[in-house]
Design a protein. Structure first.
Length: 150
């Protein structure tokens, strides 16, 4: 306690008991704010699936990075195959098409994305996820499927 008194005397030239209480309350408020900010920054990690381009996308986080991003069938839940073979045979972006196929449902095409190969598809989905995290729109579960953009 004498160190606290010396601190206030050195800074303000005097000490009163209300200064101690003001300091304690200030520290408590500061700690509460820091806890709130930390919890808020981790809140988005509960967001780990989304419906985009008529399929379900799931991922995990590792140090705020999105990892293990992949698409799943909306009917049976199995992982989809990505057929981007056609992307290698053409140069024009509008001609490049990636197909998402469910083997479990009998080789049924679940979605097609125009504009690039598997890497392109993963990048645009990751970009959409990051945009929703940044804008906090991931909290709004009633959003429409983004497949209308395809």
């Amino acid at each position: 306690m004498s160190y606290i008194k010396l601190f206030f005397i050195n800074i303000f030239g005097y000490y009163e008991s209300w200064m101690l209480w003001l300091s304690v309350v200030s520290v408590i408020i500061l700690v509460a704010i820091l806890i709130y900010i930390f919890n808020r920054s981790e809140e988005h990690k509960k967001f780990n699936s989304i419906s985009l381009y008529k399929v379900i996308w799931k991922w995990q986080y590792k140090k705020n990075r999105i990892i293990s991003l992949w698409c799943y069938c909306p009917e049976c839940g199995s992982a989809l195959l990505c057929d981007d073979e056609y992307c290698r045979s053409t140069v024009a972006l509008t001609s490049k098409t990636t197909f998402l196929i469910c083997k479990n449902c009998g080789d049924v095409e679940k979605s097609r994305i125009v504009g690039g190969d598997r890497n392109y598809l993963l990048k645009i989905v990751k970009f959409e996820i990051q945009k929703r995290i940044k804008n906090s729109t991931y909290k709004n579960r009633s959003e429409q499927d983004e497949s209308s953009r395809v």
